[in-house]
Design a protein around this ligand. Structure first.
Ligand code: ADP
Ligand code: MG
Length: 386
């Protein structure tokens, strides 16, 4: 069977977005730049994407009336929110093109299914076991300890995870996480963390962004640098190849992000996937010829996918709500003017009114001619932000 050919949507047509967070907001900007109109479905009246969209349907993701409205208005739909019920995507797919498909989103929502997908696609991942009840904990292979216990569903930014050293801690942590299905992973000696964004069209064409190197603090992404310095070119090519294999195995349409571990012995393992643009890909707005959001919109709208080119070295800093409080815990506004006075600064604020510690309020991408200069400027920006 030959791959379907592209049937591009016309400017002025409507795209639907499930979820109204910052990822949706940046997708709205990219869609509007290409002449599309966007309807966002999100229950929050103050949703960042809702504020930018041509229309904000303020309703739950399982609201039958709102889904019908979205399906009648839009030619295609996507999701920016990983935990949107797969049933909502299936409902939309009865009437319009949905990218990615509900089945791919469902796999990415469940760490057990995700690990099975890695294995099916021939992509190595951490040694692990799926624990469905207390009895599974008792019978666990001791080689998996010390390990990290992760709830199979609904985990993000390090939430829903416990580090466990022995069988007793495992049993206690499993109970503490509510006895829900979990994946226990062997705790691995990490040398680096990488991620790759791949976009795949309905015609099967795939393009990838350059490989991102990521640093997490307290389980939340803090910094991304591109190019991924210190990572061998062959390993980077391997990561891009793995990401493409994972997308192709699904027959995926849209943007998929795959996170990887590089182990101290040099091995590359897949960690997890997100069926959407990803925080680690935000740098592409300012440092690449085409951003992850444009790639998402192009895939949805059945437009050709360009091979994105990195035109500047960059460092992306996440701006968490913590920056909006001084050492005494009093509210303050970070000194944006002082940051923007530095060379190479690209500030993105998501329009969230209510800063909280750990909440993603925006990001700052620092671009420069060389990785060395980007790093220096990022350090200068971090100093100004305090
Ligand atoms: P989340 O959905 O919260 O991003 P991850 O599975 O990516 O969950 O885990 C968050 C972070 O925890 C990873 O980026 C990595 O730094 C660390 N981590 C996760 N799994 C392991 C592991 N098996 N061994 C060592 N570190 C890990
Ligand atoms: Mg992760």
């Amino acid at each position: 069977m030959s791959a379907p050919t592209l049937n591009p949507l016309h400017p002025g047509e409507w795209l639907g977005m499930l979820g109204g967070g910052q990822l949706g907001r940046m997708a709205v900007h990219a869609a509007q730049a290409l002449g599309y109109r966007v309807a966002v479905l999100d229950p929050d009246r103050h949703s960042p994407a809702g504020a930018a969209a041509d229309e904000h349907l303020q309703a739950g993701y399982d609201d039958a009336g709102a889904l019908t409205q979205l399906a009648s208005r839009c030619a295609a739909a996507s999701t920016e929110f990983e935990n949107v019920p797969a049933a909502a995507l299936s409902r939309l797919a009865q009437d319009i093109d949905v990218a990615p498909a509900a089945i791919a989103v469902a796999v990415c929502q469940d760490r057990a299914a995700e690990k099975a997908h890695f294995q099916k696609a021939g992509v190595p991942c951490a040694p692990h076991a799926v624990l469905r009840g207390a009895a599974d904990c008792a019978g666990v292979d001791p080689a998996l300890l010390p390990g990290i216990l992760k709830t199979a569903r609904m985990g993000y930014d390090g939430k829903g995870q416990r580090r466990v050293n022995d069988a007793a801690e495992l049993a206690a942590a499993f109970a503490e996480l509510g006895g829900v299905t979990c994946v226990l992973e062997q705790r691995l000696p990490l040398a680096a963390e990488l991620s790759v964004i791949v976009s795949r069209g309905v015609d099967g064409q795939m393009v990838t962004l350059p490989v991102q190197r990521n640093w997490h603090v307290n389980g939340i992404l803090a910094t991304t640098a591109v190019p991924a310095q210190g990572i061998a070119a062959e390993l980077q090519a391997q990561a891009q190849q793995f990401a493409q294999s994972l997308a192709a195995e699904f027959g995926y349409v849209g943007v998929l992000c795959v996170e990887f571990f590089v182990l101290e012995d040099g091995r590359l393992l897949a960690n997890e996937m997100a069926p959407r643009p990803h925080n680690s890909g935000h740098y592409s707005i300012d440092a690449c010829s085409h951003s992850q959001f444009e790639l998402q919109v192009r895939a949805m709208a059945q437009l050709p996918l360009p091979e994105p080119r990195l035109h500047s070295a960059c460092v992306m800093l996440n701006l968490l709500g913590d920056l909006w409080f001084d050492a005494q815990g009093h509210r303050r506004e970070p000194n944006w003017a002082a940051v923007l006075r530095l060379e190479g600064m690209h500030l993105h604020l998501y329009g969230k009114a209510d800063p909280r510690p750990g909440r993603k309020m925006g990001h700052l991408t620092v671009t420069a001619p060389t990785a060395w200069e980007a790093r220096g400027q990022a350090l200068a920006a971090a100093r100004v932000l305090g």
